[in-house]
Design a protein around this ligand. Structure first.
Ligand SMILES: [Mg+2]
Length: 403
């Protein structure tokens, strides 16, 4: 059996701000995109602000209505990167299997470390205390036998806490939780599952797997397994850099779609996801492909060569062209997929600097440079908020591709 930890830095951005400005510890404070603009977004808040019901992400406007004396602080992204690296260095003392999941979250496989450092709980405790004493930052740790449950565990108790989910207690501890607390179950999947009468993790675990697969495809099988504690995804070594050959994402619709406008919107959503993954891997692609599967499961795929790019706009333009050239109006479509291939690593010297990026107006489209910066801001936000971030709203596909 493996011993996996998920370590999550609590209120990370806000906690780092309080390190440099201790006076912020005693007031309700939040880090926000642009404190001067009321439509800015709350990126993180301290415990006091939390008591006012302020959550992330919500608009500065709505947060200030809840708490007019809320102190707003600009983000200092380079500081967050610095502390993230320092804390991960601590993790690496306990195992070389440390996989960064986001700027404030990492998975650790400590199976091989038990003989040296003690039980998984003891290791979690040592790490938690070391992070606290060295950097005055707290973490929540989930301890379990796979990544999904370790991640879930770290969400159950915070701040400064450890939660163990083992074979004996996991059903009792997680079965009643809402199903979207499970890793990778986002808003869309949640609403699909809710329609099937599945509200909790327990509902999913005890449901008929084939019914889930019928409605959600292969992904359905994956989350059904996850709910039952079946997840053998390994924790990568911290020095491991994944080489990807292609990136793709597909979706099976709840009911068939035969309206090209609706279909295009779905293609745009998938495109924003694959383009995001591409940029996250610091890559560019030169081949775009699409797949349609109709109601009779007949599939057709088309691909197109493009100039090396990682721009959502450019990739999207080609995807929409492919759709318009190949979709026969009125045909009922059950499944679609967008793929990127012929990938190449981008030069690695561009350090992300959210601080400077947020200074720019996200909506500014004056030139390509601004656009690239805006995309980077969106990417950063997507890393934090996942599906809540919608790239499609930044482009107008009907303008891009004249009929
Ligand atoms: Mg966190």
């Amino acid at each position: 059996m493996r011993a996996i930890l998920h370590c999550d830095l609590n209120n990370f951005f806000a906690s780092v701000e309080m390190l440099t400005k201790p006076e912020l510890r005693n007031v309700p404070m939040a880090v926000s995109g642009d404190p001067n603009k009321r439509h800015g977004i709350i990126l993180a808040k301290n415990q006091i602000a939390r008591k006012y019901g302020i959550y992330t992400p919500e608009t500065v406007y709505s947060a200030l209505r809840k708490c007019p004396k809320l102190v707003l602080v600009k983000p200092h992204y380079e500081e967050y990167v610095k502390y993230s690296k320092l804390v991960n260095k601590i993790y690496q003392k306990y195992t070389d299997r440390v996989e960064k999941f986001s700027i404030d979250e990492s998975f650790l496989d400590v199976t091989e470390s038990i003989s040296i450092f003690g039980t998984p709980y003891e290791i979690a405790y040592k790490i938690k205390e070391e992070v606290k004493s060295k950097y005055n930052l707290t973490i929540s740790v989930g301890v379990s036998f796979n990544k999904t449950f370790a991640k879930l565990g770290s969400d159950l108790k915070k701040p400064d806490a450890i939660t163990v989910l083992d074979y004996e207690n996991y059903k009792e501890k997680i079965y009643d939780l809402p199903v979207n607390m499970l890793l990778y179950v986002g808003k869309n999947t949640k609403s699909k599952l809710n329609k099937l009468g599945i509200k909790t993790i327990g509902d999913l675990a005890l449901s008929n797997k084939y019914r889930i697969v019928k409605h959600l495809g292969k992904f359905g099988e994956q989350i059904h397994n996850h709910a039952n504690g079946i997840d053998d995804d390994p924790v990568k070594y911290y020095y491991e850099k994944e080489e990807r050959k292609s990136i793709s994402k597909g979706i099976t619709f709840e009911s068939d779609i035969s309206d090209i406008i609706v279909l295009e919107k779905e293609f745009v959503k998938l495109t924003s996801d694959v383009a995001f993954t591409l940029r996250k891997n610091n890559m560019k692609a030169s081949v775009v492909s699409i797949v349609f599967k109709d109601a009779m499961f007949v599939s057709s795929s088309r691909q197109k060569k493009i100039n090396f790019t990682n721009s959502f706009d450019e990739i999207c333009k080609s995807v929409i062209e492919l759709v318009r050239e190949n979709y026969k109006n009125g045909v009922a479509i059950r499944y679609i997929c967008v793929g990127l291939s012929s990938l190449k690593q981008k030069s690695d010297n561009e350090q992300l600097d959210l601080f400077n990026m947020l200074e720019e107006n996200v909506k500014s489209k004056k030139n390509n440079e601004n656009k690239e910066k805006a995309t980077k801001v969106m990417d950063k936000l997507k890393e934090i908020y996942g599906d809540k971030i919608d790239y499609a709203s930044t482009i107008d596909i009907h303008k891009k591709v004249p009929k």
